[in-house]
Ligand binder design. Structure first.
Ligand code: NI
Length: 139
């Protein structure tokens, strides 16, 4: 049966800082650069969620993109948008707020709800800037 990959893009704005409390201020600034700014800063994040499955013979769809969009919004976007990743987002507590850690946690939030839609989560890609993005495939 043909396996088809379907991607939905969403966006959110959030504040954060990258700071390792085990290091000196100088080392944090050296490693994290502007992302170590003590008084926070923000990014306009892009999030791509790719799911995979076989087209439903009755609709031709792997997933109804309205349903997928609504699920992504209610499961992760509403918890991230206009929030502070270090202070406001329970699934990021205790983690460095890197894009890598964010992608892993978004995967964990989405995996089961997407399975409930009748398809499988394939990848979570997040871009913190136009030039930098990370992608997670669940392992
Ligand atoms: Ni940053």
């Amino acid at each position: 049966m043909p396996l088809v990959y379907v991607t939905r893009k969403e966006q959110f704005n959030a504040a954060h800082k990258l700071y390792n409390p085990n290091w000196s201020d100088e080392k944090n600034e050296h490693i994290f650069g502007p992302c170590a700014n003590k008084n926070w800063h923000g990014h306009n994040y892009d999030l791509w969620v790719t799911v995979k499955g076989e087209p439903n013979p009755e609709t031709g769809f792997v997933v109804d993109l309205k349903d997928l969009s609504q699920l992504i919004r209610s499961t992760v976007i509403e918890k991230l948008d206009h929030k502070n990743l270090n202070l406001d987002v329970p699934f990021m507590f205790g983690l460095l707020s890197s894009t890598e850690n964010l992608a892993i946690q978004v995967w964990i939030q989405l995996e089961q709800p997407i399975a409930n839609l009748g398809c499988r989560l394939h990848s979570v890609r997040i871009a913190e800037t136009e030039r930098n993005s990370v992608e997670y495939f669940g392992s």
